[in-house]
Design a protein. Structure first.
Lengths: 180, 310, 436
């Protein structure tokens, strides 16, 4: 099924501004970032978390810990998918106990990825809180999950696809909506 | 490659370098789980695995069982008895049971070469060969490669010398195929009576003199010597074997300085390897054990994690 | 007995070196005439053999019928029907039954059962009592009872003195000794040919020397005993060489080869994923051995082709490789496999006349039977082949009780369609006549 471009909802500047705003919100919400850690969900949550880490460092002058989470082994759709996802390494090289963990992902959609990510996090330790930061919230939740920090709300129909491109992976910074 | 498009893991001879790479990469991710406090992922909840061991095994069986627990699979372990005197009904009847019990993956160790093929042909479940006679022991070969890769950072262009009873060793066969596919050079050494006939079939070099065989080697792997081989008249005595084919600091003098010493265990100290070498920091016998669980977790995921292709 | 006219076929009689269009008239169980343009006598039946090949009835000199004792694998009746379906008019049954066919009573039993068989069944007596290789069996009494030859086939006679005495004694009776050449210590509980394939598969090997060492011993013994010695299922290049040299020296030795050794190699074990139907003794050998067997067959070193039909029950074979018994069932595939080789032109020098010699004329000569020829006065045993009939080997359709063949699924061209034994039609247009 060929997808065609419908609209560009964020450009490089928009992404940058959204992340900076989120960084401020994280500081505000947690009253500082002393006990805050970032965990990016593979794959595009990882560069987003790194950018947030840089923004936070710029504002507060400290580099907070950053971990990488691979949620493949926690997915609830393994028995339904034909294309078996490849497992990558989870790398959270610090203790989560009593920390405020900010999970970072690119798009919040059904909520199933976040459910898997929370299960994975809890297997790694007992955080004080788990918060969620996403670049785009496109709606259509299937689980009772909401984001704490949202770059942009983008109303979509479920036949559309939200395509996030990030320099670190895709050599451009852009969020597009594609339609059938 | 991201998916293993096969039902069974029967041997490394029939696997490609891409498939082996995928398994090794997946195992690396699995090893992280083993370092956690809570060593468990929910991936294979509600999936059933049967461990069928027709030969005594402690390490391999424990390793598979741990892998199953870490992956949250439900498993049953059965110790079978197998003897040509119990006229062949056992495996065939087991096959029927596997089919009605809804088992999705069978791990089998069996004293007869090729029996994993027999099982795989007769069940819909995935079969992982945990050692069939003198044929192959693919998970051991994979974990050995995993250990080497971990220590050396690569497999290509390494020289690996395997010493001992190649003829009767399924571990040697799996390593010979796997290592060569991954670009390593394999040299074997040991008495000619313990070499398989027509060695050229494996594409490897045989060097009867141990000192020369390990010349420039990055890895040396000593195989376990079974006492029955002496009784079978294939070599005179253990002490003669130790003197001529045992790994000692003298006999491995020509190897590279960062030589890795491996052994699939259990070791006959002072026979295949001198005690001094077995305990030295060049020896990775214990690392091999952790790698084993990671490899087996990877295989369970790769065989059971997705939907069976029709 | 009716009179039968086989009309318009291509007749190949290697006994008289005849190969051409002719009609064959059969009367009272013997061949009456072989001529062109014979008119059907009144009251005779006519078989239209246009486009078919008419040959003297084929003789399989090496068959295991498992009867008495292992009737769940095969019996004399089913085995004989399998033979008829495979184009054979006579078969020689090996002695490794239970009880062993090492006494006149068991010979009588086989002959009595053979009275109801579809083809002629000739019992082979054991060379030693109980096939144990320790004491000579009653060769003379068995010969008088109807044994056609003597063999411990399935086992070698380990003790050289006993073999020597048995050969010497048999010579006095002008009896044929058939030898199974295998040094059991060298064979060392092997499962397949020792070589690169066994090494890769991790199966214990049976070295070529296990056959050659024993064969060399028996050929040495033959020099002084003067027996008529026939070597069963030759399988190695070295054996072919030994027999070639012995024949050049004038020793009275003959030899046979099986179709599976001519057509398959040890690679079949690997390619089939350890299929136990490739497990056979002697084992399927190397490609070099296979080539040497064809050479030996074509140059006359090897006299005959025999199936070594070794039927086993499916349950016996449907087990792990080490636990399966050795053996391939061959009665219903031997002729089609060889016809297919012949018509495909794969084997240079293989002619119809040569094939008929190896499968009919030579076995008759070795066993001393009235057969193997289409001459007036010979027994009216006739096999008629349709060279155009093509089929896929499907053991489920066999007359044998067994199914153990590594050739299942193979597409073949050329098949027997009529089998006539002593003037009676036992297979008609590919269908075996029901027992009355």
């Amino acid at each position: 099924m060929a997808l065609t471009h419908k609209a560009t909802v964020m450009d490089e500047k928009g992404i940058m501004q959204a992340l900076r705003r989120i960084a401020h919100e994280i500081i505000e919400h947690n009253k500082g970032i002393d006990d805050v850690v970032l965990v990016g969900i593979r794959s595009r949550g990882v560069p987003l978390a790194k950018r947030l880490q840089a923004h936070l460092n710029e504002i507060e002058g400290i580099s907070i810990p950053l971990g990488i989470l691979d949620i493949t082994l926690y997915r609830d759709d393994l028995t339904e998918r034909q294309d078996q996802p490849q497992v990558h390494t989870t790398d959270v090289p610090f203790a989560l106990d009593k920390k405020h963990v900010v999970l970072v992902d690119d798009v919040l959609y059904t909520g199933r990825t976040i459910r898997a990510a929370m299960d994975a996090l809890i297997d790694l330790g007992r955080p004080a809180t788990i918060q969620l930061a996403v670049l785009v919230d496109r709606g259509h939740r299937e689980l009772p999950i909401r984001a704490d920090y949202i770059g942009k709300n983008v109303p979509t129909s479920s036949s559309e696809r939200v395509d996030v491109k990030l320099n670190e992976i895709d050599e451009s910074d852009q969020v597009d909506i594609l339609e059938q | 490659m991201q998916t293993l498009r096969r039902k069974d893991i029967l041997g490394l001879e029939e696997m490609s370098a891409e498939e082996i790479t995928l398994i090794l990469e997946t195992a690396r991710s699995m090893r992280e789980i083993m370092q956690r406090k809570i060593k468990k992922v929910p991936t294979l909840r509600g999936r059933t695995v049967l461990n069928l061991f027709y030969e005594p095994s402690t390490r391999t069986k424990a390793s598979f069982e741990l892998a199953q627990k870490y992956m949250s699979a439900d498993s049953v372990s059965v110790a079978g008895t197998s003897s040509s005197l119990v006229k062949g009904e056992t495996l065939k009847d087991t096959v029927r049971n596997v089919e009605v019990m809804g088992i999705e993956c069978v791990i089998m160790r069996h004293p007869v070469s090729g029996s994993a093929y027999y099982l795989a042909r007769n069940v819909e479940a995935s079969v992982i060969n945990a050692g069939d006679g003198m044929h192959e022991h693919p998970t051991q070969g994979l974990l050995d490669m995993f250990t080497i890769l971990d220590k050396k950072g690569r497999l290509e262009e390494l020289k690996v010398t395997i010493v001992g009873d190649i003829r009767h060793s399924r571990v040697a066969r799996s390593n010979i195929w796997g290592l060569q596919k991954m670009g390593a050079e394999v040299v074997v050494s040991g008495p000619p009576t313990l070499m398989p006939p027509d060695l050229e079939a494996f594409g490897i070099k045989y060097c009867p003199c141990l000192e020369d065989a390990v010349d420039g080697a990055d890895v040396v792997m000593a195989l376990r010597l079974q006492k029955e081989r002496q009784e079978g008249g294939l070599f005179p005595t253990l002490r003669e074997y130790a003197e001529i084919y045992g790994l000692t600091s003298q006999s491995i003098a020509k190897a590279k300085d960062d030589l890795l010493i491996m052994h699939p265990g259990p070791i006959n100290r002072g026979v295949e390897i001198s005690s001094e070498l077995a305990d030295s920091n060049r020896s990775v016998v214990l690392e091999q054990v952790t790698g084993g669980v990671a490899i087996r977790m990877a295989l369970l995921y790769l065989l059971m994690g997705g939907v069976k292709e029709e | 007995m009716t009179t039968l006219l086989i009309k318009g076929g291509r007749v190949v009689d290697s006994f008289s070196n005849f190969d051409g269009q002719a009609d064959l008239l059969i009367k009272d169980g013997v061949i009456e005439a072989l001529e062109k343009g014979l008119k059907p006598p009144s009251g005779s039946e006519t078989i239209d053999a246009q486009d078919l090949i008419v040959m003297p009835g084929l003789i399989d000199m090496h068959v295991h019928l498992r009867d008495p004792g292992y009737e769940y694998k095969e019996d004399i009746i089913t085995g004989s029907r399998a033979a008829a379906a495979g184009g054979f008019t006579a078969i020689a049954a090996m002695a490794n039954t239970d009880p062993v066919c090492d006494n006149p009573t068991t010979i009588h039993y086989v002959l009595e059962r053979a009275g109801n068989a579809a083809v002629n069944v000739y019992p082979i007596g054991a060379l030693t009592k109980g096939l144990e290789g320790k004491e000579m069996a009653e060769l003379g009494r068995m010969k008088n009872a109807g044994a056609i030859a003597f063999s411990d086939d399935g086992r070698p006679v380990v003790n050289g003195t006993i073999m020597r005495n048995a050969m010497q004694y048999a010579a006095g009776l002008d009896a044929l000794v058939i030898a199974h050449e295998e040094d059991l210590d060298l064979a060392a509980k092997g499962m397949m040919h020792e070589g690169s394939v066994s090494s890769v598969l991790g199966l214990r090997g049976i070295p070529a020397s296990s056959e050659e060492a024993m064969l060399a011993r028996d050929l040495m013994l033959l020099k002084t005993t003067g027996a008529r010695l026939h070597i069963a299922h030759v399988s190695t290049a070295g054996s072919v060489q030994l027999i070639r040299r012995a024949k050049a020296e004038g020793l009275t030795v003959t030899a046979e080869v099986t179709p599976h050794h001519l057509l398959l190699t040890d690679r079949a074990v690997k390619n089939s994923g350890y299929n136990t139907n490739t497990k056979v003794k002697p084992p399927l050998r190397s490609e070099q051995d296979r080539q040497a067997l064809w050479e030996g067959l074509l140059d006359g070193t090897i006299d005959a082709i025999a199936s070594d039909h070794a039927p086993h029950h499916t349950d016996d074979k449907d087990v792990e490789f080490d636990f399966a018994p050795f053996g391939i069932a061959g009665l219903e595939t031997t002729l089609p496999l060889l016809l297919d080789e012949l018509f495909s032109g794969r084997i240079k020098g293989l002619t119809l006349s040569l094939l008929v010699d190896k499968m009919s004329t030579a076995p008759a000569r070795i066993l001393g039977l009235n057969g193997g020829a289409l001459q007036p006065g010979s027994a009216a045993d006739v096999t008629i082949v349709d060279p155009k009939r093509s089929f896929i080997v499907n053991p489920e359709t066999w007359h044998s009780k067994s199914r153990n063949t590594p050739f299942a699924g193979r597409q073949l061209s050329g098949a027997p369609v009529w089998t006539i034994v002593g003037g009676s039609v036992v297979m008609k247009e590919g269908v075996i006549a029901e027992q009355e």
